[in-house]
Design a protein around this ligand. Structure first.
Ligand SMILES: Cc1cc2nc3c(=O)[nH]c(=O)nc-3n(C[C@H](O)[C@H](O)[C@H](O)COP(=O)(O)O)c2cc1C
Length: 160
C-alpha cells in the first residue's frame, strides 16, 4: 500500500509529525506548498495533516492551496486526517482545521478512515467532531507531547 502524507506547518511541529507518520508507513511526506494534484491521487492511502491557526483556521499554506482538493478525484479514496493543536490556549477551536479538511474531502467522495475518541483530551469545542468522535488523529504537542507516540501508533494500526 503506497502512502503519501501531505502537511502544512508554520513552526515545524506538523512537519515533524508528518515525517514520523510517513516513516512508520514507508510512505513519503510532502509539504502542501509543493504538492501537486497527482501527488494526492497517486497513492493508496492519502494522509492530510494541518495545524489550526487563528481561532479555528487552516494553516496558511493549506489556506492558499485548499482548492487543490477541487482538482483531484477522491471518489472512494481512502483518506486519513491528523491535526496538531493546543487544547489549553485554544479550547474552543481545538484542531478545527481537521474538520475543515474533512468537509472538503468528503464533499469530493473520499472515504475517511481513522476516527478517534476524545477521551484523554480536555477542550470545550472542536469543529473536528462528528457524532462525538474526532474525524482524525488529534495531537497536542504543546501540552501532551508525551502521548503523541502512543496516539500515532494506535491510529496507524487502525489505518492498515
Ligand atoms: C496564533 C496561533 C493560533 C492558534 N490557534 C489554534 C486554534 O485555534 N486551535 C488549536 O487547536 N491550536 C491553535 N494553535 C496551536 C497550533 O496549532 C499548534 O501549536 C501546532 O502544533 C503548530 O503546528 P506547526 O508547528 O506545524 O505550525 C495556535 C497557535 C498559534 C501560534
Amino acid at each position: 500500500m503506497s502512502v503519501t502524507v501531505i502537511f502544512g506547518s508554520d513552526q515545524g511541529c506538523t512537519r515533524g509529525i508528518a515525517n514520523r507518520i510517513a516513516k512508520k508507513l514507508n510512505g513519503k511526506s510532502l509539504d502542501i506548498k509543493k504538492a501537486t494534484a497527482e501527488d494526492l491521487e497517486a497513492c493508496h492511502l492519502l494522509i492530510l495533516g494541518c495545524p489550526t491557526y487563528g481561532f479555528g483556521d487552516l494553516q496558511s499554506d493549506w489556506e492558499d492551496r485548499i482548492d487543490i482538493l477541487d482538482d483531484v478525484d477522491l471518489a472512494g479514496k481512502k483518506v486519513a486526517l491528523f491535526g496538531t493543536g493546543d487544547q489549553v490556549n485554544y479550547p474552543d477551536s481545538f484542531i478545527d482545521a481537521v474538520g475543515i479538511l474533512y468537509d472538503r474531502v468528503t464533499a469530493k467522495g473520499a472515504q475517511v478512515v481513522g476516527f478517534t475518541e476524545t477521551a484523554g483530551y480536555d477542550f470545550t469545542g472542536s469543529a473536528a467532531l462528528r457524532d462525538g468522535r474526532f474525524v482524525g488523529l488529534a495531537l497536542d504537542e504543546d501540552n501532551q507531547s508525551g502521548k503523541t507516540e502512543g496516539r500515532i501508533g494506535a491510529w496507524i494500526s487502525q489505518l492498515t
